[in-house]
Design a protein around this ligand. Structure first.
Ligand code: G
Ligand code: G
Ligand code: G
Ligand code: NA
Ligand code: MN
Length: 253
C-alpha cells in the first residue's frame, strides 16, 4: 500500500499541511483553533488523517509526523498573529505514541522557542484512552507538560473509560465531548443525559467544555442553554487552510 512507502518521504518533502477548525465561545467569539493534519499527495490529491494516522502510529512515523505538525502549528500561529488575528493558542492532536516519546517535551519546547512562543501558546489534545493509561509513562508526562504550562484537552471525551479519580487528580483544561453524543441534541425523544452529565462534570472540575461536531443551530442552542463553553463544528466552520482562517477570524467575532 502506498501510504506505508510514501509517508516518510512525504513528511520530509513537506507534503503535509494543517487545516484549522475554530472553536467558538458562547458569545460567538473565537476561543481557539484545532490543527488537523492533511497530506497533499502529488498524484492522489488531499488525503485525510483517518487514512494515514493509524499507519503512522503503527510504523513509528507518528514521531516525525508529530514534530512536523508541531512545527507548522507554531509557524502558523505566529503568522496569524502577525496579521492581527488575536488567537490565544493553537491546539494540536498528540497520539499516545508521542506521549511515550522521551524526547517529546524537549522537542515541543525547542519548536516553541524557535518561534518565540511558550507552552501557554499551545494546547495538546489527547484522547481519553491515552490519558487513562493510569500507570503508564503517558500519565506522568501529561502532568509534566501541564506543570510546564501547556494546556491539556481531553479529546473524544465520553468514548473511552475514564478513571474519575485520575481525572480529578490530573490538571486538565478542557473536556471535548465527542461528537457521537452531540447528534440528536434538542430533537424530540432524544435523551441528553450523558451530555448533561459531562457538562456537569466539567463544571465541577472547573474546566472548559467543548462540544465537537455541532452541525445544527438546534444543537448549538441546546448546548448554550446547558452551559457548554465552546462549540466546534460545521455549523460555524469546517476545518480550513491557513490562508482562509485569517479572513474567517476577522469576519467572525
Ligand atoms: O478532520 P479530520 O478528518 O481532520 O481528522 C480525523 C482525525 O485525525 C481526528 O479525529 C484526529 O484525531 C486525527 N488527527 C488529525 N490531525 C492529527 C494530528 O496532527 N496528529 C494526530 N495524532 N492525529 C490527528
Ligand atoms: O480530533 P478529532 O477526532 O476530534 O477530530 C475532529 C474530526 O471531526 C475531524 O475529522 C473533523 O473534520 C471532524 N468534524 C469537525 N466538525 C465536524 C462536524 O460538525 N461534523 C462532522 N461530522 N465532523 C466534524
Ligand atoms: O460560506 P462558507 O462555506 O465560507 O462557510 C464556511 C462555514 O462558516 C460554514 O460552515 C458556515 O456555516 C459558517 N459561516 C458562514 N457565515 C457565518 C456567519 O456569519 N457566522 C457564523 N457564525 N458562521 C458562519
Ligand atoms: Na482532536
Ligand atoms: Mn475529538
Amino acid at each position: 500500500q502506498f501510504i506505508q512507502s510514501e509517508l516518510r518521504p512525504a513528511i520530509i518533502q513537506g507534503q503535509l499541511f494543517l487545516e484549522y477548525q475554530p472553536q467558538v465561545g458562547i458569545d460567538g467569539g473565537v476561543r481557539g483553533v484545532e490543527a488537523l493534519v492533511r497530506w497533499r499527495h502529488p498524484r492522489f490529491g488531499v488525503i485525510r488523517p483517518d487514512e494515514f494516522i493509524s499507519v503512522a502510529e503503527e510504523t513509528g512515523l507518528i514521531l516525525p509526523l508529530g514534530l512536523a505538525v508541531i512545527e507548522m502549528a507554531c509557524r502558523d500561529l505566529v503568522a496569524l498573529r502577525a496579521q492581527g488575528v488575536a488567537l490565544p493558542y493553537v491546539s494540536v492532536n498528540v497520539s499516545p505514541r508521542q506521549l511515550a516519546d522521551p524526547q517529546l517535551v524537549a522537542a515541543l519546547m525547542s519548536a516553541l522557542r524557535q518561534h518565540g512562543l511558550g507552552p501557554a501558546d499551545m494546547e495538546l489534545e489527547v484522547t481519553e484512552g491515552a490519558v487513562m493509561e493510569v500507570n503508564g509513562a503517558e500519565s506522568s508526562v501529561l502532568d509534566h507538560l501541564s506543570a510546564r504550562g501547556f494546556r491539556i484537552a481531553i479529546d473524544d471525551f465520553g468514548t473511552g473509560y475514564s478513571s474519575l479519580s485520575r481525572l480529578q487528580r490530573m490538571k486538565v483544561d478542557k473536556l471535548k465531548i465527542d461528537r457521537s453524543f452531540i447528534e440528536g441534541l434538542g430533537e424530540p425523544g432524544h435523551d441528553p443525559m450523558l451530555v448533561d452529565m459531562m457538562l456537569a462534570l466539567a463544571r465541577r472540575m472547573n474546566v472548559k467544555s467543548v462540544a465537537e461536531g455541532v452541525e445544527t443551530q438546534q444543537q448549538a442552542d441546546w448546548l448554550r442553554a446547558a452551559g457548554c463553553h465552546m462549540i466546534q463544528g460545521y455549523l460555524y466552520a469546517k476545518p480550513m487552510p491557513l490562508a482562509q482562517l485569517g479572513a474567517w477570524m476577522k469576519t467572525h467575532s
